[in-house]
Design a protein around this ligand. Sequence first.
Ligand code: SF4
Length: 201
Amino acid sequence: MNESVFDPQAQIGNSDLKIIAALERLSEGFRVLLWEKAKVLGISPIQIQILIFIQFHSDEKCKVSYLAQEFCLTKPTVSEAVKSLEQKGFIERQTEIKDTRSHTIHLTEAGKSAVAQTANFANPMLGSIAEIPSAEKGILLEQLLGVVSQLQRAGIISMQRMCFSCRFYQKNGDGHFCRFLNESLKNRELRLDCGEFEAAD
Ligand code: SF4
C-alpha cells in the first residue's frame, strides 16, 4: 500500500487511514498540552515526562537504562535530561548498595512540586472521553490496547506493561483472565501500566 495516511483524498472511503490520522491528531494534542506545561516550568517536555514517570513507578524502573527503553530514546539522551534535572534541583541520584555503578533516581521536594503542577497535563482530554457511553469505552480500550500490543510486537514501541503482553494474561473465550489476580477482567478493566506485570516469553 503506497497511500499516505495524511492524504485527504486517500482517506475518503478508507477508515484505516482515517483512524491512524485521528490517532496522530491525538498525539499532536498531547504534544501541545505538554509544551504548555513545559514553558511554565522552563524544562523540556521529556524532562516533565521523566519527572511524572518517576513519581508513579517503583525504584527499579527509575534508572537511566529503563527510562531510555520506556521513552524509546538513547541512554545518552536520557542521561543528559537527567543531568539537567539534577542541576535544576528536581531530582537526586542514589547509588545502589548492591551495584555502585547503578543509580536510582528520586524526586526532590522541588521535583514533587513540579509533578504536582504538571501531572494533569492530559486532563483536558478527559472531557471528550467522558461523553462516550460506558460499554463503548470498554470496547475502545480493548481495541486500542490491541493496537498498542501489535506495535510492540512489530518493534515500533518498547515493552508495554499491559495485559496483552503479560505472562499472567489468559484469553478467556471472548473475555480476559488474569492469573495473578485470579479473576476475570472485563474489557474496561484491562490494564495498560500494571504494577504486577511480568513480561510473557
Ligand atoms: S498482572 Fe496486570 S498486566 Fe498482567 S494480566 Fe494481570 S492485570 Fe493484566
